[in-house]
Ligand binder design. Structure first.
Ligand SMILES: Nc1nc2c(ncn2[C@@H]2O[C@H](COP(=O)(O)OP(=O)(O)OP(=O)(O)O)[C@@H](O)[C@H]2O)c(=O)[nH]1
Ligand SMILES: [Mg+2]
Length: 266
């Protein structure tokens, strides 16, 4: 069993109130992230935000991520009861379904702010305090950790092909939906509770990665203010990507469906 060793974060000053004590839930969907989940957990609880809660949503990963997350939760909850929750789903249903389940759990447990992030260490948890400061100061409904605003950047390991594909996806989505967002496909975000409640998570129809675009669209539709802050996006630390052809096709079709189609009944 891996143990969580605390390290001292020297580059971040302690957060003042009310940031420090905010009820923030971090939802992380996992499918085969056994090489990453322990480090991610440690770095989240190193943030010195006593109100933070981690919700891992595992789709019965064959590599044992779910059991590993249970072990980590046991350690975290020993000193901070209820601070880490693991949802076990029986089958791989896609990142969108996992997020809907995790976000519902976050709201049910009283989170005021809900973070969504990948479980592969591409998204640095150390940005969370900055996202919280921004959402509070700007009174925004949604803060997006953005690769494509000034100051944002991509891992140097991303080749030309991947960069172009990501840029194309953004241009394609915005040609159809015209969202006031530069990084429309990014997956590192912080939501205000009321926005998620108003969206109605049961009406979200994306199963896969188009969840990101659909949620942006619903938020913009509500007239909520959306703020992007720059992040450096890192290459996943371990294990492999889960993007399948079916998921790519869904991502291509979703912008049309959102613009011209009906919503799922809540
Ligand atoms: N629970 C659950 N998690 C998923 C599923 N598909 C992907 N994930 C998780 O969603 C996060 C993002 O998936 P990635 O495979 O890293 O996708 P990506 O970041 O767009 O692609 P890469 O850049 O190649 O890593 C990771 O934490 C995955 O483990 C799924 O069907 N169910
Ligand atoms: Mg990834």
């Amino acid at each position: 069993m891996e143990t969580i060793q605390r390290t001292h974060v020297t580059d971040a000053p302690p957060l003042p109130s009310p940031w420090r004590d905010a009820h923030v839930a971090v939802v992380v969907p996992t499918y085969n992230e056994a090489g990453n989940i322990a480090e991610l957990t440690r770095r989240i609880y190193d943030l010195e935000m006593p109100g933070i809660r981690l919700i891992v949503v595992d789709d019965d990963s064959p590599d044992g991520t779910g059991a590993l997350a249970d072990d980590l939760a046991g350690q975290v909850n020993e000193s901070h009861p209820g601070r880490m929750v693991v949802l076990h789903r029986e089958a791989k249903e896609g990142i969108g379904r996992a997020y809907v389940a995790g976000m519902k759990e976050a709201l049910a447990r009283g989170a005021d702010f809900v973070v969504q992030m990948d479980g592969d260490l591409s998204h640095r948890p150390e940005y969370i305090p900055r996202m919280l400061g921004t959402i509070m100061a700007a009174q925004a409904g949604l803060v997006i950790g953005s690769r494509y605003v000034p100051g944002g950047s991509l891992s140097a390991q991303w080749g030309r092909h991947r960069r172009l594909l990501s840029r194309f996806a953004g241009i394609y989505v915005n040609a159809i939906l015209k969202l006031p967002i530069r990084d429309v496909t990014g997956g590192f975000k912080m939501w205000r509770r009321e926005v998620l409640e108003h969206i109605g998570l049961n009406t979200v129809r994306s199963d896969g990665y188009s969840f990101q675009v659909e949620m942006n669209h619903l938020c913009e539709h509500m007239g909520q203010s959306i703020v992007e802050i720059p992040i450096h996006f890192e290459e996943r630390r371990a294990d492999s990507s889960k993007i399948s052809l079916a998921v790519q096709v869904e991502s291509m079709l979703t912008p049309f469906a959102l613009r011209f189609g009906r919503r799922r009944r809540g």
